[in-house]
Ligand binder design. Sequence first.
Ligand SMILES: [Zn+2]
Ligand SMILES: [Zn+2]
Length: 147
Amino acid sequence: MDAEQALQRANELLRQHQLPDWTVRLDHARQRCGACHFGPREITLSRYFVQLNDPAEIDATILHEIAHALAGLRAGHGPRWLQIAERIGAPLHTTNHSAAMPAPPWGLRCITCEAIVARRHRRSLNLDHVRCKHCGTEQGVLRWERL
Ligand SMILES: [Zn+2]
Ligand SMILES: [Zn+2]
């Protein structure tokens, strides 16, 4: 979906659910679709999520975050949140497995066979003891690479 359309849709839904003082913007999250920020009264949608998904999927995420905004910070995904989610037609699961999200941007490449042996969202792993299985301890040294 187009970013502008998604923002417009989110604003429509915020008004529909009596949250006129809330705003929406896009963020750069790669691992979650949306988020609810109670301090600034703001809902954010991942620009990658928006790009990669269809309107029904985007609506579901907006409604999930609106249910948070209505339920309040302390409700978490507890009974109060669930009740509101059900009332406004948000999906009742709390993690979205159907949404398409971008592939992790970092790869671990073997310096010998040059295969990418793993992809990660962050360069978090200590590589001292991690090796390419095919090339072994001596030759299977791995390097991070931005994909
Ligand atoms: Zn949630
Ligand atoms: Zn290798």
